[in-house]
Design a protein around this ligand. Structure first.
Ligand SMILES: Cc1cc2nc3c(=O)[nH]c(=O)nc-3n(C[C@H](O)[C@H](O)[C@H](O)COP(=O)(O)OP(=O)(O)OC[C@H]3O[C@@H](n4cnc5c(N)ncnc54)[C@H](O)[C@@H]3O)c2cc1C
Length: 510
C-alpha cells in the first residue's frame, strides 16, 4: 500500500498532526484504539500557555529555562512557547472546550515552578481525556484520515538513507506500508520502569524505530520522576497531580514534619527537587504523604473529581486523610533529536510530542509544558510535511528489504524493568549504570522479545553514564555537583552500542 503520509501514534501529537494535514491523505497507525493507551488521555493538570492578562510567553520561557536547569535550547523553547496561545485556539477549533470562570475568562491553574496561573484545564482534572475525545471525534469525521487501530509499527523501512515506509503488525500479521514521509508520535518510555504513571505498553517504540533507522537521539538520560505517584502497588501508578500542591497541599512525613518547608519554592519547587526530597525521606525509612485537608478539605471532591475517585479506590478520603505518595517514572525529556520543524536526522522522518527531543524541556520538564509541546510540534510537523509534499508530490515507492533484525516476537519489558528501576531511577551512580549496561546489551544482542525495549533502555543507560554530573532529572550519587558547562548529548545507535561494548568487558571483569 502506498500512502502519502504515515503517522504513528494517536495521542495529542499524532491526532493534531493528522487533523492539521487534512485534506492531505494520512494513514494513522495506532497500537490500540484511537486515543487509547496514550499518556495524553490521562493528563490531569492541563496545558500551559501564556493567555492570562498578567502573563507573557517571555515569562513562561523564563520559568521553562529555570526548570530546565541550563540545558534548554532557548531558541527552540522560544519558538514553541510563543506558539502556545495559538495552540489553544487550534484545539478550540477542533472542538476542545476549556474550563472558564463565571466572567467567561479561562480558569487558569497554578502549577509547580510557574510564576503565573497559566494552566488551562478541561472538565476539571479530566483535561487530557476531554482534549483527546474532542480530537478523536474530529479525526473520525475527517475523510482524508485513514485510521488503522490495533496496529503496531515494528520497523521503519529505509532506502538509500531515506524513509521508504513502515513494517506494521496487526494480530501477528506483518505488512508493509510504503511512504516517504513518516511522523513518529509514539509518546513516552514508562513501560521500561516498574513504577510509572504511563500506559505500561509504551516503552519508547518511536525512539527504537528511529534509532534502528539511523536517527540521532538526544538527552536520553533525562527521565522525569513525578514526585507524587499514589503509593500503592499498582501498574500504572495513579498520579496525584501537581495541581493539588498548586492549591496549597503540603508534603509531610509520618512524623508530621513538613520536610520541604526549608527548600526554595517549597512543595512547588521543580519536580526533580521535590522527587529527590521525597526519595530521600523514603530511603531514610519514612513514609511520605500529601496533605490537602487544611487547604481544600471537602472542596477537594469538586476541584479534583478524578483524583478523588483514585484515592477512594485505594480506601483514602483526601478531604479527611493525608494521601500516601512516592516518586514514579512519569515523563521522558529526551528522545529523537529534532529541529525546529520536527525533522529528525533521517530524511523523511519527523517526530512530535514526547518521543521527540526538541530542546524545550532541557534537563527537567516544567509541569504542563508537554501537552503544549505535543500540540505545537504536531502542528509544526504537519506544516513541514505538507510543504515537503507540495515540493515533491507523493510517488510510488519500491519497498525493498526492511533490513536485518526483523522482529518475530511481540516485545516484552518484564526483564528490562527491574534493571531500569534499580539502576536508572531517581538516584544513579557509575556502579549501578555499569551493572545495567552489560545486562541490557545482552538482552539487545539476544535479539528476542526484550531486544526493542532493551535498545531504548541501553540508550538511557549510556547517556546516563556519559553525564558525570547532577542536573535536572539526572541525579548522580557519585557526581552530586553540576558541571560549569551545560552540554546536550546527541548520539546514534552505533555510538551507543560502541560505548556499551567498550564498557562491557571491563564491567564483567570488575
Ligand atoms: C498520568 C499522566 C498525567 C499527565 N498530566 C499531564 C498534564 O497535566 N499536562 C501535561 O502537559 N502533560 C501531562 N502528562 C504528560 C503528557 O500527557 C504527555 O507527555 C503527552 O500526552 C504525550 O503526548 P504524545 O502524543 O506525544 O504521546 P501519547 O499521548 O503517549 O501517545 C502515544 C501514542 O503512540 C502509540 N504507540 C506507541 N508505540 C506505537 C507503535 N509502535 N505503533 C503504533 N502506535 C504506537 C500509543 O498507543 C499512543 O496512541 C501526563 C502524563 C501522564 C502519564
Amino acid at each position: 500500500m502506498n500512502t502519502p503520509v504515515i503517522i504513528i501514534g494517536s495521542g495529542i501529537a499524532g491526532l493534531v498532526a493528522a487533523l492539521e494535514l487534512a485534506p492531505l491523505p494520512v494513514t494513522l497507525i495506532t497500537r490500540a484504539g484511537a486515543g487509547e493507551k496514550t499518556s495524553s488521555a490521562w493528563a490531569q493538570g492541563g496545558i500551559a500557555a501564556a493567555v492570562g492578562a498578567d502573563d507573557t510567553p517571555q515569562l513562561q520561557l523564563e520559568d521553562t529555562l529555570r526548570a530546565g536547569d541550563g540545558l534548554c535550547d532557548p531558541a527552540a523553547a522560544t519558538a514553541i512557547l510563543t506558539r502556545a496561545p495559538a495552540a489553544i485556539q487550534l484545539l478550540e477549533r477542533h472542538g476542545v472546550r476549556f474550563d472558564r470562570n463565571g466572567d467567561g475568562a479561562y480558569a487558569l491553574a497554578l502549577e509547580a515552578a510557574h510564576c503565573r496561573r497559566r494552566v488551562l484545564h478541561a472538565e476539571g482534572d479530566r483535561s487530557g481525556a476531554a482534549i483527546v475525545a474532542a480530537l478523536v471525534r474530529q479525526v473520525l469525521s475527517t475523510p482524508s484520515i485513514r485510521l488503522m487501530t490495533n496496529t503496531s509499527a515494528r520497523r521503519l523501512i529505509v532506502n538509500e538513507g531515506r524513509i521508504a515506509g513502515v513494517l506494521a503488525e496487526k494480530s501477528g500479521r506483518f505488512f508493509t506500508l510504503a511512504s516517504d514521509r513518516v511522523l513518529l508520535a509514539t509518546g513516552g518510555i514508562g513501560g521500561l520502569y516498574a513504577a510509572s504513571t504511563n500506559p505500561p505498553g509504551n516503552f519508547g517504540q518511536g525512539v527504537m524505530l528511529a534509532a534502528r533507522a539511523g536517527a540521532r537521539l538526544a538527552d536520553m538520560e533525562f527521565v522525569q520522576f513525578h514526585p507524587t505517584g499514589l503509593a500503592v502497588n499498582a501498574r500504572p501508578v495513579p498520579l496525584i497531580s501537581e495541581a493539588v500542591r498548586g492549591e496549597g497541599a503540603v508534603l509531610i512525613n509520618d512524623h508530621g514534619e513538613r520536610f520541604m518547608a526549608g527548600t526554595k519554592g517549597g512543595e512547588l519547587a521543580p519536580r526533580d527537587v521535590v522527587a529527590r526530597a521525597i526519595f530521600a525521606e523514603i530511603s531514610r525509612g519514612n513514609k511520605v504523604f500529601l496533605d490537602a485537608r487544611a487547604c481544600l478539605g471537602t472542596g477537594f471532591y469538586a476541584r479534583f473529581p478524578a483524583i478523588t475517585a483514585i484515592c477512594r479506590q485505594a480506601g483514602i478520603d483526601p478531604a479527611h486523610a493525608p494521601i500516601p505518595v512516592a516518586p514514579a517514572q512519569h515523563y521522558h525529556m529526551g528522545g529523537i533529536d529534532v529541529d525546529d520543524n520536527a525533522r529528525s536526522s533521517v530524511s523523511g522522518l519527523w517526530a512530535a510530542g514526547e518521543c521527540a527531543a526538541t530542546g524545550l524541556h532541557g534537563a527537567n520538564r516544567l509541569a504542563s509544558n508537554s501537552l503544549t509541546e505535543a500540540v505545537v510540534t504536531g502542528a509544526l510537523a504537519a506544516a513541514d510535511i505538507a510543504a515537503a509534499a507540495e515540493a515533491a508530490p507523493a510517488r510510488a515507492i519500491a519497498v525493498t528489504d526492511p533490513g536485518r533484525s526483523l522482529p518475530s516476537v511481540t516485545p516484552t519489558t518484564g526483564n528490562i524493568r527491574p534493571i531500569m528501576s534499580r539502576h536508572l531511577g531517581v538516584l544513579r551512580s557509575a556502579e549501578g549504570i555499569h551493572q545495567a549496561i552489560p545486562a541490557l546489551l545482552a538482552h539487545y544482542d539476544a535479539d528476542g522479545a526484550d531486544a526493542d525495549p532493551a535498545l531504548v533502555a541501553l540508550a538511557i543507560a549510556v547517556f546516563a553514564d556519559l553525564r558525570d554530573e547532577t542536573r535536572g532529572g539526572h541525579a548522580r550519587a557519585d557526581f552530586p555537583q553540576k558541571r560549569p558547562a551545560a552540554i546536550r548529548n546527541r548520539m546514534g545507535l552505533d555510538a551507543i552500542l560502541d560505548h556499551a561494548r567498550n564498557l562491557t568487558p571491563l564491567a564483567r571483569s570488575a
